[in-house]
Design a protein around this ligand. Structure first.
Ligand code: AP5
Length: 227
């Protein structure tokens, strides 16, 4: 199954705590299935960098590791989903994160005659997440994500994908902020696992293994969910 054989645009949700590998896996699924990765974290960071009103409101909240208001995030997501490229199907990475956001997504999809193919919970141990996040860096040119130990660049300081040399580390990737982000996940986002289970679209995968092995499991699941 690829993008050409899908009957209507697929909607996939990746659920998981900070560092679970949502971004890493979403980028791999994007390449494999021709879907569009929609990361509300990336959209918010772009709004912060552009200095928009939403970005100014979000900046301090993100740096504290707390959740940005539902209103801001839902508006950003709705605008992005209205772009023509989303007709290829989307992988939601980091959205929804609250029940209010999940209900807003249901309403938005219903307006467009769409529905969720699968909500996939990436299951990980909290303890490993601090190690994953504290070693993370990203290519400033193409956004490819790396890790000092688990996914280093082939040549130090040079992006494997685009040859870029401007590597970035996120200001919220400190051990202290990761602790707040994990609390926010368990209190506000983890209840969505039951929300999607009740709707019959929940799938779970073990995301503690090696990146390529997880990608293979996830690819098989997505193939089945979009058939
Ligand atoms: P966001 O950008 O979404 O961050 P997050 O959910 O905390 O997730 P991360 O990006 O940290 O982790 P990830 O799961 O994508 O892991 P990755 O693949 O990079 O959100 C940031 C902030 O924005 C939030 O705190 C909040 O303030 C705000 N926000 C965003 N969306 C919001 C919403 N909907 N509502 C309200 N506020 C919102 O992997 C991590 C590292 O581990 C990488 O270095 C990677 O190379 C490595 N790695 C990945 N997989 C493996 C593996 N299997 N083994 C070893 N290493 C691995």
């Amino acid at each position: 199954m690829d993008a050409h054989t899908m009957t209507k645009p697929a909607v996939l949700i990746l659920l998981g705590p900070p560092g679970a590998g949502k971004g890493t896996q979403a980028r791999m699924l994007e390449e494999k299935f021709g879907l569009v990765q929609l990361s509300t974290g990336d959209l918010l960071r772009a709004a912060v960098a552009a200095g928009t009103e939403a970005g100014q409101a979000a900046k301090a909240v993100m740096e504290a590791g707390e959740l940005v208001s539902d209103e801001i995030v839902i508006n950003i997501l709705r605008d992005r989903m209205a772009q023509p490229d989303c007709a290829k199907g989307v992988i939601l990475d980091g959205f929804p994160r609250t029940t209010v956001q999940a209900e807003a997504l249901d309403a938005l999809l219903a307006e467009n005659g769409q529905s969720i193919n699968a909500a996939i919970s990436l299951q990980v141990d909290d303890a490993a997440m601090v190690t994953r996040i504290s070693g993370r860096f990203t290519c400033g040119a193409c956004g490819e994500g790396y890790h000092d130990t688990f996914k280093p660049t082939k040549v130090a300081g040079i992006c494997d994908k685009c040859g870029g040399t401007d590597m970035k580390r996120r200001p919220d990737d400190t051990a202290e902020t990761v602790a707040s982000r994990l609390v926010a996940y368990h209190e506000q986002t983890a209840p969505l696992i039951a929300y999607y289970k009740a709707r019959g679209v929940l799938n779970s995968i073990d995301a503690m293994g090696d990146i390529d092995a997880i990608a293979a499991d996830l690819g098989a699941l997505v193939k089945q969910a979009t058939a």
